[in-house]
Design a protein around this ligand. Structure first.
Ligand SMILES: Nc1ncnc2c1ncn2[C@@H]1O[C@H](COP(=O)(O)OP(=O)(O)OP(=O)(O)O)[C@@H](O)[C@H]1O
Length: 302
């Protein structure tokens, strides 16, 4: 059984354009899947449909074999959702909120207390446990929302921009926790984001969403191949020197696309034989951002 399954999932808010258009997804249990897209591409709409917060115009989706609209109570116990719009009780402390939501999901009071402390410590917000949520800065509120989604030890986690508003330290804490959950507990993560480096760090499969449609999907390697992004050899030379057939990057390195890392030693030998002094050599693998930009650029959608 797929952890997440969607078939021709479509949502229109105005009957003329589709915010989400015939989305087909099969995500196996234990996968960290990243849905990447710019503002307005339809990411939040997907998460809301999967969480049963809105109804599809057509098509359907299942989480662990359950329709979110028909099995919402059962789904709540096994599927955690984090969206920017998830509200907390502002006058209660962070700790009180988590215990409250844990108990509301059916946890015993003692279990909810223990889980709250564990998550707040893991996410680096334990020191703020007695602060009313109204006084939480954005980054801490984000981490508290993630803790709320994780209270019931979910098997599937739906995340809408979980690292927006976090500083580097906060984002690393969140990513570290999520990676651990995938590796050690085999949970399935569905991450919607426009922060591609974080998606690359956490996920192994990706979909690129543009104007409500997935325009490409697969692993990083597959996306790079589809996008025509190749490995690049880079050399740093003395200031006034240049390398024929190479392009100079903003950081001063001269770069050239190659098919594989195996070409590097020969390129280096040739450059030295041609009389160039090589101060530094590097291999640059294409990133998710490179693939995204190339794919959307190619399709004229950017
Ligand atoms: N409740 C709504 N009523 C009308 N239009 C909506 C509604 N929610 C979303 N839309 C529209 O649907 C499209 C997709 O929106 P969505 O919020 O899913 O995108 P997104 O990728 O999450 O963007 P962002 O990262 O900016 O939140 C946008 O054109 C948006 O204006």
């Amino acid at each position: 059984m797929d952890a997440i399954f969607t078939e021709r999932l479509t949502k229109s808010f105005n009957n003329t354009t589709n915010a989400l258009d015939t989305l087909d997804l099969n995500i196996a249990e234990g996968t960290a899947y990243g849905l990447l897209g710019g503002s307005g591409s339809g990411k939040t709409t997907v998460v809301k449909l999967m969480a049963g917060l809105i109804t599809p115009t057509s098509g359907h989706c299942e989480i662990l074999g359950m329709d979110p609209l028909k099995k919402s109570a059962r789904l709540h116990k096994v599927c955690g959702v984090m969206t920017p719009s998830a509200k907390m009780y502002a006058c209660m402390t962070g700790q009180e909120n988590l215990v409250f939501f844990g108990e509301a999901s059916g946890m015993k009071a003692a279990d909810a207390q223990t889980r709250t402390a564990e998550l707040m410590k893991d996410l680096g917000i334990w020191q703020a446990r007695d602060l009313p949520v109204s006084q939480f800065p954005t980054g801490m509120l984000q981490r508290l929302s993630l803790a709320r989604a994780l209270m019931t030890h979910p098997q599937v986690l739906l995340l809408d921009e979980p690292t927006v508003g976090l500083d580097t330290e906060g984002a690393e804490a969140v990513l570290g926790l999520l990676s651990g959950l995938v590796k050690n507990e085999g949970i399935t993560i569905f991450l919607c984001t426009h922060q591609f480096p974080y998606a690359q760090q956490l996920c192994t499969k990706f979909g690129i969403l543009s104007e409500g449609s997935v325009v490409a999907d697969g692993s990083l390697e597959v996306l790079c191949r589809k996008a025509g992004c190749r490995v690049r050899a880079g050399f740093r030379l003395p200031e006034k020197d240049s390398l024929k057939g190479f392009q100079q990057r903003a950081d001063g390195f001269w770069e050239h696309e190659i098919d594989s890392a195996d070409e590097m030693p020969e390129l280096l030998r040739k450059a030295v034989a041609a009389g160039h002094d090589i101060y530094e050599a590097r291999l640059c693998s294409p990133t998710l951002t490179d693939a995204y930009m190339a794919l959307l650029g190619k399709e004229g959608l950017l």
